[in-house]
Design a binder for this molecule. Structure first.
Ligand SMILES: NC(=O)c1ccc[n+]([C@@H]2O[C@H](COP(=O)([O-])OP(=O)(O)OC[C@H]3O[C@@H](n4cnc5c(N)ncnc54)[C@H](O)[C@@H]3O)[C@@H](O)[C@H]2O)c1
Length: 356
């Protein structure tokens, strides 16, 4: 087993900032103080074993900077939990394609640096895994970076709602190249999706007939600003809705998705969940829930699990898609499972069972 996990990032936004800061933070605390992780040690890998070796962005506020500085550059607004020492990882210019939509284009200037040779950089930096943190709606750009991984023989973790790990042809392409993929669309630690799907399942398991449900989400960061463009939102709605639909044996009318941009929230996200149905005696029951989280930090711990599990899969010589890891860590995996079933399968995989 190679002890270190060599990770590259595409999209140095708030999620990248929370992940890089989080790993730096856990380096400085003792295991017993490592609050907030699902597990400090996963089959021998701790967060300390994750090393950043390459990064790509297209914004002139980030390209050319060290990753340790770029994570704090505008328009990123995730909370700062720690200073990060120089990482000696320069942010390279990525390929723009459809990464920057009309709303983001108002907020960032594109870098004048020439586009880098992504697959060469992935090979030269001996990257094990590339993390995809592009803006919602980056279909072409996501496919481009996934292809660069295939060319370089690098595994791919897809944190965003463009369908790669959940698509059979991409699964086969990663299998053919003897590398792994996991995804799609990271499911936050305690976020709207995992709470909503677990509650819908609870209602149904307890005999309630669920008549309808909705989930509204607001936030004040670039992710939410970009999602004001409803044309870029289609895959996000599909991803979030599919996670809830899969919890019910019957069809429930539902409306789920990002709802508005509220600048003062910065990187906090507020979600409102409503579930209505009928319980014993055909009597109405209604639940209203509000959840407020620091959004980027909500995804970082799960990504730390996904990264370690993917490296464990590589150490075991696996290729193609990681099903249990995808079901546990992502909203739109190849196989949808309840949260408890996914966690059980994930832990069985970590303990050496096959990933099915
Ligand atoms: N809890 C969460 O925050 C969470 C949960 C699930 C999914 N996600 C998804 O993760 C993704 C990242 O979220 P974020 O908050 O970091 O977004 P962000 O807008 O802060 O960061 C996106 C970054 O990508 C860069 N970029 C745009 N086009 C590019 C290209 N072609 N090549 C390289 N870089 C490019 C932007 O300049 C920006 O730095 C989003 O799609 C979001 O929906 C986040």
């Amino acid at each position: 087993m190679t002890k270190k996990i060599r990770v590259a990032i595409v999209g140095v936004g708030n999620c990248a900032s929370a992940l890089v800061q989080g790993i730096h933070y856990y380096k400085s605390v003792k295991e017993k103080d490592s609050i907030g992780l699902t597990a400090y040690d996963l089959d021998g890998y701790t967060p300390i074993d994750i090393e950043f070796v390459a990064a790509f962005d297209v914004s002139d506020s980030k390209v050319g900077l060290d990753l340790s500085e770029a994570i704090f550059s505008n328009p990123n607004n995730a909370k700062k939990i720690t200073d990060v020492n120089n990482l000696d990882v320069k942010v390279n210019k990525g390929k723009v394609l459809d990464g920057v939509g009309r709303h983001l284009a108002e907020k960032i200037n594109l870098s004048n640096y020439p586009t880098s040779n992504i697959s060469e950089i992935l090979k030269d930096s001996q990257t094990d895994i590339l993390l995809n943190y592009l803006p919602v709606g980056s279909r072409e750009a996501t496919k481009f970076y996934a292809e660069q991984c295939l060319e370089a023989g690098v595994s791919f973790i897809n944190a965003i709602p463009v369908f790669i790990a959940s698509e059979p042809q991409w699964q086969q392409s990663f299998k053919d190249k003897n590398v792994l993929c996991a995804g799609d669309d990271v499911m936050s630690q305690v976020g709207a999706t995992v709470v909503h799907k677990t509650l819908v399942k609870l209602f149904i398991d307890r005999g309630v007939k669920v008549d309808e449900t909705y989930q509204l989400n607001i936030g004040g960061d670039m992710d939410f600003y970009n999602m004001l463009d409803t044309e870029r939102l289609e895959d996000k709605r599909i991803s979030k809705t599919s996670a809830i639909e899969a919890m019910s044996p019957y069809s429930i009318p539902m409306r789920i998705g990002p709802s508005d941009f509220v600048e003062s929230l910065k990187n906090d996200k507020v979600c409102y969940i409503n579930i209505r149905g009928k319980k014993f005696g055909n009597i109405p029951i209604e639940l209203d829930l509000k959840l407020r989280v620091a959004d980027a930090y909500n995804s970082a711990g799960i990504m730390i699990d996904a990264i370690r599990a993917t490296k464990i899969g590589l150490d075991r010589g696996l290729s193609g898609v990681l099903e249990s890891v995808s079901a546990y860590c992502f909203k739109h995996p190849p196989i949808q499972m309840s949260y408890t079933q996914a966690k059980e399968k994930f832990l069985r995989f970590i303990n050496g069972e096959l990933d099915t």
